[in-house]
Design a protein around this ligand. Structure first.
Ligand code: ADP
Length: 537
């Protein structure tokens, strides 16, 4: 592109090389896009469900990720095609809004597009297909709301909430410990949740990990797991109750002589004088802290053995070399002020916490300092352990999904049943309603029902069952027994009733899955012109 001027001095733009661009138009463009989206969806299909397969991805630096999470798989795949990138956005949208169901949404979108392609081949215009899908999606989300059940949140054991979290964790690599992880996630969310306002601030739940120990050692810490540090003196108490914390960003040391000063020490007396002066500095610093009423010092800098000893003598436990980010976090949570100079220490600037203690994890000798019952925040920390970085990261991702799902339940406590039960119910309902819809859209509505079936088939196939047989059986049983809880018995427990198997999913998650997949499918169907730079340029 370049700017030129005509004889009157008016600028105009010359667009060159337009013909060098690659261009796909009309049905050809729609079909090429569908093919790309289907390819992405096919990759994820085998990962769906509790028996789904995991994917191993290696990035350019050679780092390996093993995961089952749809959003993570897609984000780490190096996708070039523009439509494939849209599929990544799709799973990301589901991840951002709901936090789970990221594989299901892509598989459903792929299935919808596959059916759409057939209809387009039959001569139906893409926009008619798109309208039909919209109608079917509305019908399905309405039905889901009708067949949903409410779970009780005031139940002290919160067992049902835990079951929903467990359904999410079922398909993860860490599912061996789903029981404990679900417990941890439910406790974490309920301790920061505001049930009256139906609000959960997930920022208050910190998920931290440290390689080492076992996954079983993962635990919930009531407070901020602030710092990967320990108390500065081995004989200081390991626990401070009703802590009044002095948060310092100045070092415990006497002022250093600048280069232009000259210090001449040529006799023992002078040396002793200097030592005394230094000692006084230290004593004065410790006294200032002590006088403010503080019973704990958290310092961004270090202090030498002399200061450490004095602090210990003065009964002031201290933590040194705490990072700037942590210092800020501690100040926020405890309601304290960061103090940059000893002269500015005053009682009202101290932060407060119920208990500050040093904790040890599992059988390893790792120590950390925890601040519990902080004055300004009820933050909790989930401290994840794992044998290696890979498993630790996957555990963190799985915990994130479970936390999101439990949070969604606090916001909306309605659930539907998993294992494909909700999809089959929608599919049956949409197929039933199909005949009432006049015109060409009828076919699209039918195709929507088939696409839902296809997701259930993927679930059955991944569990080693015969997909067509299992789907047929469950569909027939749902219709005959009028029971929307029947789904695919993925775990082979001999029970198809998902209510009895406790396979719960949040209504919101399922509704959003259908809506996101339909929206993305409609968007792809609407594109009929693709202009991109030529590969040979
Ligand atoms: P997503 O990333 O979309 O959540 P998953 O791989 O986690 O995908 O699989 C979720 C699907 O697995 C849901 O449809 C859920 O109902 C189903 N599911 C989970 N646990 C079970 C189970 N124990 N029995 C049957 N289906 C299950």
């Amino acid at each position: 592109m370049s700017i030129a001027f005509d004889e009157a001095g008016r600028p105009f733009i010359i667009v060159r090389e337009q013909d060098k661009k690659e261009r796909l138009k009309g049905i050809e463009a729609v079909k090429a896009n569908i093919a790309a989206a289907k390819a992405v969806s096919r990759t994820l299909r085998s990962s769906l469900g509790p028996k789904g397969m995991d994917k191993m991805l290696q990035n350019q630096d050679g780092e390996v990720t093993v995961t089952n999470d749809g959003a993570t798989i897609l984000q780490q795949m190096d996708l070039q095609h523009q439509i494939a990138k849209l599929m990544v956005e799709l799973s990301k949208a589901q991840d951002d809004e709901i936090g789970d169901g990221t594989t299901g949404v892509v598989v459903l979108c792929g299935a919808l597009l596959e059916r759409a392609e057939r209809l387009i081949d039959q001569g139906i215009h893409p926009s008619r297909v798109s309208e039909g899908y919209e109608t079917a999606c509305d019908l399905s989300t309405e039905l889901l709301a009708r067949i949903s059940d409410e779970i009780t949140l005031n139940d002290t054991k919160l067992t049902e909430m835990k079951k929903v979290a467990m359904t999410t964790l079922n398909s993860k690599i860490v599912n061996r410990f789903k029981d404990k992880l679900a417990d941890i996630c439910v406790s974490a969310v309920t301790s920061v949740a505001d049930f009256e306002r139906k609000d959960v601030n997930l920022d208050l739940i910190k998920v931290e990990g440290k390689v080492g120990g076992k996954l079983e050692d993962t635990n919930l810490v009531n407070g901020i797991l602030a710092i990967d540090k320990d108390f500065s003196h081995p004989q200081m108490p390991r626990r401070v109750e009703d802590a009044k914390i002095c948060i310092l960003t100045c070092p415990f040391e006497p002022p250093k002589p600048k280069t232009k000063h000259k210090l001449e020490i040529d006799s023992v007396e002078k040396y002793k004088d200097m030592q005394k002066a230094e000692m006084e500095y230290f004593q004065d610093m410790v006294k200032k802290v002590k006088d403010s009423g503080a019973n704990l010092v958290i310092c961004q800098w270090g202090f030498d053995d002399e200061a450490n000893h004095l602090l210990y003598k003065a009964g002031l436990p201290a933590v040194r070399w705490v990072g700037g980010v942590e210092i800020e976090l501690i100040a926020l949570a405890t309601g304290g002020r960061i103090i940059p100079r000893f002269s500015e220490i005053s009682p009202e600037k101290l932060g407060r916490a119920g208990v500050v203690k040093e904790v040890h994890f599992g059988t390893t000798r790792d120590r950390m300092i925890v601040l519990e019952d902080c004055a300004k925040s009820k933050a909790v920390t989930i401290f994840v352990r794992g044998g290696n970085q890979m498993i630790l990261e996957e555990a963190k991702r799985s915990i994130h999904d479970a936390l999101c799902i439990v949070r969604n339940l606090v916001v909306d406590n309605r659930i539907v049943y998993g294992g494909g039960a909700a999809e089959i119910a929608c599919s049956n309902y949409v197929a039933e309603k199909m005949n009432e819809i006049p015109g060409v859209e009828q076919h699209a509505v039918g195709a929507f029902s088939e696409a839902l079936d296809s997701v259930v088939m993927a679930l059955a196939e991944n569990s080693g069952l015969n997909p067509i047989e299992s789907l047929g059986e469950i569909k027939a049983r749902q219709a005959n027994e009028k029971n929307a809880h029947l789904g695919i018995d993925c775990m082979g427990l001999g029970e198809s009733d998902m209510k009895k198997q406790s396979v719960f999913e949040s209504l919101q998650s399922k509704q959003k899955q259908l809506q996101h997949a339909t929206q993305m499918c409609r968007m792809i169907l609407k594109i009929d012109d693709v202009i991109q730079p030529s590969r040979y340029e």
